[in-house]
Design a protein around this ligand. Structure first.
Ligand SMILES: NC(=O)c1ccc[n+]([C@@H]2O[C@H](COP(=O)([O-])OP(=O)(O)OC[C@H]3O[C@@H](n4cnc5c(N)ncnc54)[C@H](OP(=O)(O)O)[C@@H]3O)[C@@H](O)[C@H]2O)c1
Length: 254
């Protein structure tokens, strides 16, 4: 049983999907949670209720992680009101499913700001809270298969995820010696609000049984959250700048 009691974890996009499962998983393991959302206040409140019911402290903060000022204000709130931050899960992402050939600069910039720059904004704003503590600070972010392989209509997000993995490694170089781990969880296909909207979603979900090597056991948000929990805990102190794949084996074969 992983115990992260007395840690404070900020989860971006914690209202729904993998972020929600992660916030709940970290809370079950003892952490107090700063829950970020941008549009779904009702879903954020519902997730917060579930966390409170476990006896954990929870704070809900609306902030658009693609906006530097929003991230700065969110971290200032944490500094002022809590005075502690041990774990950041940079989970929120967007991008829209469209062909690269139909994309304008604004689409690319939006995907990069939300999916990549947000990690840098979070790390920079939180550095003073994370470094040189008795235990190591933890930053975990979420990537996808689109970082390595080409998927229909996924170029904007896939390209941003490839950048994200590289940026995470470079952040490790800057923060590792100061007592912070930065790692990436690369998730296979999980049924969430965003993947329900993927072109050809039903076929992709049906194909999971053949792609993964888990029989009929499908990858769920909680499976991703389990790996995030490990990377948020002292058990992973010697794992630095890595991308760990959780997909039931889908990516290693055709
Ligand atoms: N699902 C998959 O199969 C899969 C596979 C690999 C990787 N991933 C990655 O896992 C992460 C979560 O994906 P998901 O499928 O769980 O997504 P989701 O169900 O669509 O949820 C997205 C979450 O991100 C938040 N969000 C979006 N833009 C934001 C912004 N600008 N500022 C703050 N929050 C924002 C949303 O907040 P609101 O609710 O307030 O809108 C929501 O909580 C993403 O990084 C995604 O790329 C997912």
């Amino acid at each position: 049983m992983i115990n992260i009691t007395n840690r404070v974890a900020l989860v971006t996009g914690g209202s729904r999907g993998i972020g929600r499962a992660t916030a709940i998983k970290l809370a079950q393991s003892g952490a107090d949670i700063v829950l970020n959302y941008v549009t779904s206040r009702g879903a954020a409140l519902e997730t917060a209720r579930a966390i409170k019911a476990m006896g954990r402290r929870v704070w809900i903060i609306k902030a658009d992680v693609s906006q530097e000022d929003d991230v700065d204000e969110m971290v200032s709130f944490v500094d002022r009101e809590i005075g502690q931050l041990d774990i950041i899960v940079s989970n929120a992402a967007t991008g829209g499913f469209r062909q690269l050939l139909d994309s304008k600069a604004k689409h690319f910039e939006h995907a990069m700001a939300t999916n990549v720059m947000s990690l840098i904004y979070l790390a920079r704003a939180s550095k003073h809270l994370l470094v040189n503590r008795p235990h190591r600070g933890k930053i975990v972010t979420i990537s996808s298969h689109g970082a390595d392989i080409a998927l229909p209509m996924y170029g904007l997000i896939g390209g941003s995820k490839a950048a994200l993995e590289s940026i995470a490694r470079h952040l490790t170089l800057e923060l590792g010696g100061l007592g912070v781990n930065v790692n990436v969880v690369k998730a296979g296909l999980v049924r969430t609000d965003s993947t329900e909207r993927l072109p050809g979603a039903d076929q992709m979900f049906d194909g999971r049984v053949h792609k993964s090597m888990m029989g009929t056991r499908t990858l769920e948000a909680e499976d991703v959250a389990n790996v995030v929990l490990f990377l948020s805990s002292p058990l992973s102190d010697l794992i630095q700048g890595q991308t760990i794949t959780v997909d039931g084996g889908s990516e290693i074969h055709n």
